[in-house]
Every structure is written in C-alpha cells, then in structure tokens.
Design a protein. Structure first.
Length: 202
C-alpha cells in the first residue's frame, strides 16, 4: 500500500463464486466469508497467508450463512454481523479466532436485524454503521461491541444519513470513516457523502 500501481493476481481463489461476501484479517492472514452463490447463501470461509501467493485454505463455516454482512476484527478475532435474507434480516453477530481453523460461534446480537451495514474498528471495539432492515427501512443508528467479550451490541448514536450498501469503512485507533451507499432520502439515491465517528472507538 505504500506505492501506487495496478493490482496483481494472487493466484488463488475463494471456495465459490460469490457476491456480497465480506473480509477481514490480521497482519498475516486475510479472511473471506459468506456471500451468495449461485442461488443460495454461502456459509464458507476462506483464508490466505498474505505474504504467500498461490494458495487459499478452508477456514471453517459461518454458523449462520449470510451475505452483505458487516465485519470487524481485532488482532486476534474476526466478527461478522447481520446479513441478507428473506423475509427476515439477520441480527446475529458471530466470531472466530483468526489464527485457528474452525467454525464461527455466536457472539451476540445487533441492536437491529439488518444487512448492508459497514464495519469500522480499532484493536478493542468494533462498530456497525446504519444498514437496511427488510422491507426497505433504513436503520439510522450505529452500535458497537467490545471484541474480546461476547455479548450483544450497544446502541451508541445516530448516523448523519441512514444508508446501506456502503463500501465498507476505514479506521485507526480513534476514528472510523465510511463513505457512499444508497439512501432513501431524497427519493432513493446513491450518495457520495463521507462520514466519520470517533467517540465510540475510544
């Protein structure tokens, strides 16, 4: 990331052809989970060793297969939250240790069942922003978890503009930034707005 240039083929593939999968990882592993392929939700998780081209490995399964989830991670754990589904969105938060193979287990629940929420995090807290409730309702709040301790998410405040299908988020130890997405206001449109929050990452 220190230099500009074109992307290069990693010479490895995830388990299935999917859309709506999510990722995360550590300094050494990049992990990919879920998605929709070809006509059902996928529960597979795959990882690669970031410094080694040419190989991907089965990482286990989500305990509840999903797509369009939000994801956050600490140096040791990765968490996946929410996701698509009909007629109900998913409110589960699930996690696993990044360094070991095995299936996800339940961490807790979001404050609202929803899909398309963006995740930002620092080494201790993970934050899930906005998202879409089934039926076209957009969630206007964000909630957080302390990643070392299983439990339900806590409502922390409201976003400036309720939206979904955001292009993820970026964060450092104190501030989370997320951008774009689809919003019902005005009259259903894409947005180029960039928002940030800092209080809940302290």
């Amino acid at each position: 990331m220190a230099s500009q240039g074109n992307a290069i083929d990693f010479e490895a593939d995830i388990t299935l052809n999917t859309i709506g999968s999510v990722g995360g990882g550590s300094q050494t592993r990049a992990c990919f989970a879920g998605g929709y392929s070809p006509d059902a939700q996928d529960a597979d998780m795959t990882y690669v060793n970031i410094m080694t081209l040419g190989a991907s490995f089965d990482f286990g399964d989500l305990f509840d297969g999903g797509y369009t989830m939000g994801s956050v991670n600490s140096p040791t754990r990765i968490l996946f939250a929410g996701g698509g589904g009909s007629p109900q969105r998913n409110g589960d938060i699930q996690f696993k240790n990044i360094s070991s193979d095995g299936n996800c287990v339940k961490f807790g629940e979001l404050t609202q069942q929803r899909a398309y929420c963006a995740g930002t995090c620092n080494p201790t807290r993970g934050v899930f922003h906005s998202g879409q409730v089934y039926g076209g309702i957009f969630y206007k709040n964000y909630d957080y978890v302390t990643m070392a301790s299983e439990g339900n998410a806590t409502d922390f405040g409201e976003v400036l503009l309720p939206k979904a299908q955001m292009e993820g988020g970026g964060s450092n130890a104190t501030r989370g930034v997320y951008a774009g997405g689809y919003t019902p206001t005005p009259s259903g449109s894409n947005t180029n707005q960039i928002e940030y929050e800092s209080d809940c990452l302290h």
